[in-house]
Design a protein around this ligand. Structure first.
Ligand SMILES: [Fe+2]
Ligand SMILES: [Fe+2]
Length: 146
């Protein structure tokens, strides 16, 4: 069975794919496509962030006793991402291609760094810390991302 690391890394890829299609649409001035794909991306990434903040990070904090460590940094980056998501939606509302692409590029860069830290450090640590408990937590995450 796939662990937290594998499952969440695959979901990062899924989100990247949808977000990439939104960028392509915006570059071609296809606003219907941009709105459809950007909103599909935001739905997935917001569920992903919620699953991390409500299930995975608390489990990490519980096992390590660290609340001011990596999870705090990840939560701060999620907050930055959410602000940029609002900017992208506003740009779509106003059909402002430059504004959309500028903010989408910031999201892509921040998300790449963020995801690398989760995939290289946080998720593997979680699988190790949780051991046999990982499967139960992952089942809850899968419910949230369904
Ligand atoms: Fe995250
Ligand atoms: Fe993540």
């Amino acid at each position: 069975m796939a662990g937290i690391h594998e499952y969440m890394s695959r979901h990062h890829e899924l989100c990247d794919g949808i977000f990439g299609r939104a960028k392509k649409a915006a570059t071609g001035n296809d606003w219907a496509g941009t709105e459809r794909d950007c909103k599909a991306f935001l739905q997935q990434i917001n569920q992903h962030i919620d699953a991390e903040e409500n299930l995975l990070f608390p489990a990490f904090e519980d096992k390590t006793g660290m609340t001011g460590g990596p999870t705090q940094v990840m939560r701060m980056e999620h907050a930055q991402l959410r602000e940029l998501f609002e900017e992208m939606l506003a740009a779509i509302g106003g059909k402002e291609a430059d504004r959309y692409l500028r903010n989408a590029d910031l999201v892509a860069a921040l998300l790449h760094e963020h995801n690398m830290k989760e995939e290289n450090i946080l998720y593997p640590m979680l699988d190790n810390l949780l051991g046999a408990e990982a499967a139960g937590l992952l089942a809850q995450v899968e419910d949230m991302l369904a």
